[in-house]
Design a protein around this ligand. Structure first.
Ligand code: AMP
Ligand code: GLY
Length: 426
């Protein structure tokens, strides 16, 4: 079947999905709402009010949309997938109920505890339990991890090395910037992180190339947590044995538990894992959507008909024949950020050199936070500005090509990590 697809979102993840959907043999039409200046090269960008689900439904009907792919978590939390399904439109993206696996850390931790899925020990504290959380933290072993119980774009987590740092994080979440819905306090997990993406149809699923993100802002995993400063795939850390263990002990029981609880997961289930030295792993977090920037690397090595894969999952029977290979070669993604991110940064800074960087056919430059001015100049518009993604026969080749392209792209506030994918080469 030929698909007429509306993709929802505007970041690097959506740009990567848009390129892969556009490449799909079964993709007849691709729109993206709202999209961004990079996505505009592969899809028709449409200005829709994404909070007005009735308007989105009407737009889909008027344009004979056969499949909606929802990129980010915010519309999923707001029930966009539910409202589209009620209207008879197929959606790749979970219901509001199933999306709680990401939107409520407490929901996710409770589901894991009930089903014996390995994760760090934890306690939840409600919006009015600042004092109880403080008392608990005061006697907790170090390091201790403090998480805001809601969506915080990867920035609501503090790994505290001292009790005073932990108390300061609680103060920030309860009385400072966040205005807590509550917090989760959990134990520290040792190991190396990996991101697994399971494309799910509610019951069955298939796993794409394992990736590794780099969440801290600074080289050597120092500084604040960010949404992710770079990624690569496939990650050699996730050997066949590691993947099989995680599949059996984490993915399969989680997807089964959601279905058994009456909220089957349709979409991309993202398992953020801590892989331990013995090859077992624990869940650091679940997300209800693809990871960003990991998806930029995962899609670069994906070979197959992504539109057919997503459409089949959305319709309840995943068609793995749509996949030729989940890992054809290696890909490295380096995020070019605005200096200052994840705190305050300047916007509206002129960007040059993207076309020159893409003269190397191994390179795709995904737009994450860019805008076009009235006279057509590309400028920065976000903390993560571009995702420079290179494909290579080896990880080393991809890494070298990515950094060479990063050198060619210029904006005065450009900031990047210089050690993306080094762990994969070690
Ligand atoms: P999250 O938003 O839950 O993924 O947390 C962001 C980052 O904080 C993770 O990618 C880890 O690097 C770190 N982190 C979160 N929870 C833990 C934990 N229990 N132990 C060690 N590191 C953690
Ligand atoms: N890169 C981490 C995330 O998408 O949550």
């Amino acid at each position: 079947m030929q698909e007429h697809i509306l993709l929802i979102g505007s970041g690097g993840r959506e740009h990567a999905l848009a390129v892969a959907l556009r490449r799909s043999a079964s993709c007849a039409n691709l729109w993206c709402a709202p999209g961004n200046p990079g996505i505009a090269a592969v899809a028709e960008c449409v200005a829709l009010d994404l909070t007005d689900h009735a308007a989105v439904v009407e737009w889909c009907r008027n344009h004979a949309v056969t499949l909606v792919v929802v990129g980010p978590e915010v519309p999923l939390r707001a029930g966009m997938a539910d409202d589209l399904r009620v209207a008879g439109i197929d959606v790749f993206g979970p219901s509001k109920a199933a999306a709680q696996i990401e939107t409520s850390k407490g929901f996710a931790k409770d589901l894991m505890a009930r089903n014996g899925i390995p994760t760090a020990p934890y306690r939840r504290f409600g919006a009015d339990e600042h004092a109880a959380a403080s008392a608990y933290v005061a006697q907790h072993a170090l390091p201790v991890v403090i998480k805001y119980d809601g969506l915080a774009a990867g920035k609501g987590v503090v790994v505290a090395m001292s009790t005073s740092e932990a108390q300061a994080a609680l103060d920030d979440m309860y009385v400072g910037a966040f205005g807590a819905d509550g917090v989760v306090v959990e134990g520290f997990l040792e190991g190396q992180e990996a991101s697994l993406f399971a494309v799910c149809d509610g019951k069955n699923y298939t796993v794409l190339a394992p990736a590794q993100d780099h969440k801290r802002v600074g080289d050597g995993d120092t500084g604040k947590n960010t949404g992710g400063m770079g990624a690569y795939a496939p990650a050699p850390l996730v050997t066949a044995d590691v993947l099989q263990w995680a599949d059996e002990h984490i993915l399969r029981p989680t997807i089964a538990a959601l279905a058994a609880d009456g909220m089957p997961f349709v979409g991309c289930l993202y398992a953020g894992l801590m892989v331990h030295a013995d090859g077992t792993s624990s869940v650091v977090e679940f997300n209800c959507r693809f990871g960003d920037p990991e998806t930029q690397a995962v899609m670069a090595v994906f070979d197959g008909d992504l539109a057919r894969l997503f459409a089949s999952a959305a319709r309840g029977v995943i068609d793995t024949d749509a996949i030729v290979s989940v890992a054809n070669g290696h890909a490295v993604n380096v995020v070019l950020a605005s200096r200052g991110y994840p705190d305050a940064f300047e916007k509206g800074v002129e960007i040059r050199g993207i076309e020159r960087a893409m003269q190397d056919t191994r390179i795709t430059v995904f737009h994450a936070g860019t805008a076009s001015t009235a006279n057509g100049q590309l400028v920065t518009a976000g903390g993560r500005v571009l995702g420079v993604t290179a494909k290579g026969v080896t990880l080393d080749e991809a890494r070298r090509a990515a950094y060479a392209a990063c050198d060619v792209i210029e904006f005065s506030t450009k900031y990047l990590r210089t050690d993306i994918a080094m762990k994969g080469l070690a």
